[in-house]
Design a binder for this molecule. Structure first.
Ligand code: B16
Ligand code: MG
Length: 211
């Protein structure tokens, strides 16, 4: 039996549009140009690194550490307001059924997400009881492509890295999985990345791949 570690945003739920709206609000306040192309570069990247990417377009006086903290808080407060509009319907039937079936097949399931809002999101969409472990932005010091978030997930599960499968939508997440010596399954955007061991269109395919 395998331990299957799921990335959250872009795999189980789709919060891209909320990240975009919240970063856009912050960028507009600061007079910084921001668009969906820049937003795509933030996928799987930590909040702090996301801010630095957005600030590449900032032309004002240098910002202090405190000002940067305030900007991240401003963004996250609005992002959390948007997350409150999510509910159980924001997880597809396919995803719900796949998680249920994988558990019935005897696999251990975990989350490996860069997001510090992971537990809040899992509760909002009512899948918080489907996982044996949650490793997220609150328990790591290095974000993807560093393997730490997935290594911690494996440690929480008590599994060896080579028995773990990671399901990811971001190139940085596939790199992180391979750096940990895990099997990397790409979905969504990551299916165009040649480092994936497997590429899937739907999570239900996992129940066949790892029967
Ligand atoms: P937060 P994942 C990532 O989640 C998102 O893809 C990325 O866009 C975001 O910046 C990051 O979480 C941090 O999120 O601000 O909520 O801590 O794809 O690793 O599940
Ligand atoms: Mg993701």
């Amino acid at each position: 039996m395998k331990a299957i570690i799921f990335d959250l945003d872009g795999v189980l739920v789709f919060t891209d549009k909320f990240h975009y709206q919240a970063w856009k609000k912050m960028a507009d306040k600061m007079g910084i140009y921001f668009d969906e192309v820049i937003n795509n570069r933030l996928r799987g990247v930590s909040r702090r690194e996301s801010l630095e990417i957005i600030l590449e377009r900032y032309e004002g006086a240098p910002l202090s550490e405190k000002e940067k903290e305030d900007l991240m808080e401003y963004k996250n407060d609005y992002y959390k307001e948007l997350l409150k509009t999510m509910g159980p319907d924001d997880v597809t039937e396919d995803t719900r059924n796949a998680l249920k079936l994988l558990r019935e097949q005897g696999h251990k399931l975990a989350i490996g997400s860069s997001s510090k809002n992971t537990k809040f999101i899992l509760k909002q969409v009512a899948i918080d009881d489907m996982f044996d472990a949650v490793s997220d932005g609150t328990n790591i010091t290095h974000s993807k492509p560093d393997p730490e978030v997935f290594e911690k997930a494996a440690q929480f599960l008590g599994e060896s890295y080579d028995n773990c499968v990671v399901v990811e939508d971001a190139y940085a997440g596939i790199d992180a999985a391979k750096a940990a010596g895990m099997t990397a399954v790409g979905i969504g955007d990551a299916t165009s990345y040649d480092k994936c061991d497997y590429k899937i269109k739907s999570l239900m395919e996992l129940t066949e791949l790892f029967k």
